[in-house]
Design a protein around this ligand. Structure first.
Ligand SMILES: [Zn+2]
Length: 359
C-alpha cells in the first residue's frame, strides 16, 4: 500500500553519507537544481525510519516511512516558504500542513510569501522541544535556509547549538555564504554536487524529456532544473531557437516563458557569446547552434558587456509587475543590438579599445 517515493538515483551516495553524520544540524549545499530538498526529506525519513537494526534506511515500508510518505509524520516538521508549498507538493499556502501534531501551527492568510517567517521558526523551535510522538528522533527540515531573514535565523541559533533531546535539523542552501556565519558555523556541511551527466541524462530520458542533453546543458547540468524547464514548456527545440530569435529581435520565441526564465535564458546566451568571443567553449547552448551567429560583425565585447549589465539589472527586477510582453521585447531588443552595425562605424583599423571609448 505504501509506495515510498523513489530516490533520485544520484542521491543514494549522499544519503548514506548524510545518515552517517553525527551532527545535530546538517547544512546541505551545492547547486540548487540537484535535489537538496529531496535529499533533506530522505535524510529525515532515514532518521525517522523504524526498521529493525541492520536494515537499510529509509525502508519505505515501516509505519514511520509510511507517515513520511503521507506527509503526516508527527515527528517531522517542515519549514518552507509558502510560495514553495504547492510547487513541492506540500499543500497549498493557506493550509500550513506542517506540524500535523494537533499542536498549533502558524497559519497565515496573507499572499504566499518567499520568506520563512520568524513566527514559523519560533513555532518549529517550540515543537522541537516537545517529546517525540513515536519515541524516536524528531527532525526539522528548513528549505531553503536563506529564506529566513536575519531575525528568523537568529531565533534559530540556540536550537542549532543545543537541540533538545533527539532533535535533528537539516538546512539547505545553494549559497551557504548568504547565510549568517553564526548559522553556518553551527552546522556540519554536506555538499551535493552535480550528478554525472550520464546518470542525469538517463533519468531525464526516463521522465520522457526529449533530447535531454540540450536541456541538461541549458540547466547548467542540474537535472531537476532541466525537468522544470520541460514542465514549463521550454523544450529542447524552444531552447535552441533562442539565439537566432534574439539575433532577429523576435521576442515572441520567449514571450510565453515566465519572465525569470526569459532573463535566465538571455543571461546564458550572453555568457556563451562571451565565451565564444574568448575562444572558449559555450556552456548552455550547443556550439553548432551559436556558430552561425559569430561572424566577424557579430557580437563584440563592449556590446556584450553592456547587455550583460542590462540583464543583471533585469534579473534584480524580474518580479516587477511590468507588462511581461513589453519586458520581453525590451530585453530581446537589447540583445538584437549585438548584431547591428553601429551608426557611425569606427574605421576598420581601430581596435576594441576605440570602440569602448565611443559608448
Ligand atoms: Zn522505514
Amino acid at each position: 500500500m505504501s509506495d515510498a517515493p523513489t530516490l533520485l538515483p544520484w542521491l543514494a551516495a549522499p544519503l548514506a553519507q548524510g545518515l552517517s553524520l553525527q551532527a545535530h544540524a546538517v547544512l546541505l549545499h551545492g547547486p540548487g537544481g540537484v535535489g537538496q530538498f529531496e535529499l533533506g526529506l530522505a535524510m529525515a525519513s532515514g532518521w525517522l525510519c523504524e526498521a529493525a537494526d541492520g536494515q537499510p534506511r529509509p525502508c519505505g515500508r515501516c509505519a514511520g516511512c509510511r507517515l513520511m510518505a503521507a506527509h503526516m509524520h508527527p515527528d517531522f516538521h517542515l519549514l518552507l516558504p509558502d510560495l514553495l508549498r504547492e510547487p513541492l507538493g506540500w499543500g497549498a499556502a493557506e493550509e500550513s500542513v506542517d506540524g500535523d501534531t494537533g499542536a498549533k501551527s502558524a497559519k497565515t492568510k496573507a499572499k504566499p510569501s518567499k520568506e520563512i517567517r520568524v513566527e514559523a521558526v519560533r513555532a518549529a523551535i517550540e515543537w522541537g522541544q516537545k517529546t517525540s510522538s513515536r519515541g524516536g528522533a524528531k527532525v526539522i527540515l528548513i528549505h531553503p535556509a536563506q529564506a529566513m531573514n536575519a531575525v528568523a535565523a537568529n531565533a534559530l541559533l540556540k536550537t542549532l547549538e543545543e537541540p533538545a533531546g533527539q532533535l535533528r535539523l537539516v538546512l539547505t542552501a545553494h549559497d551557504p555564504e548568504a547565510l549568517l556565519p553564526t548559522v553556518r558555523s553551527r552546522c556540519q556541511r554536506l555538499r551535493l554536487d552535480l550528478p554525472p551527466a550520464a546518470q542525469a541524462l538517463a533519468w531525464l530520458a526516463a521522465q520522457e524529456v526529449a533530447r535531454p542533453e540540450v536541456l541538461l546543458a541549458a540547466a547548467g547540468g542540474q537535472p531537476l532544473e532541466a525537468l522544470a524547464m520541460a514542465a514549463a514548456g521550454i523544450d529542447s527545440a524552444a531552447w535552441e531557437r533562442v539565439p537566432e530569435a534574439v539575433r532577429r529581435g523576435h521576442a515572441t520565441a520567449l514571450a510565453d516563458w515566465p519572465l525569470a526564465q526569459q532573463v535566465d535564458a538571455l543571461q546564458k546566451l550572453c555568457h556563451d557569446l562571451m565565451c565564444l568571443r574568448a575562444d572558449a567553449a559555450p556552456r548552455y547552448f550547443g556550439a553548432a547552434t551559436l556558430a552561425p551567429l559569430m561572424h566577424p560583425r557579430g557580437p563584440q565585447w563592449p556590446a556584450l558587456a553592456q547587455w550583460a549589465a542590462e540583464l543583471t539589472q533585469a534579473a534584480r527586477h524580474d518580479e516587477h509587475p511590468w507588462h511581461a510582453g513589453l519586458r520581453s521585447e525590451a530585453l530581446v531588443g537589447q540583445g538584437a543590438r549585438l548584431w547591428q552595425t553601429p551608426r557611425s562605424p569606427a574605421p576598420a583599423a581601430s581596435g576594441p579599445l576605440d570602440t569602448l571609448g565611443t559608448r
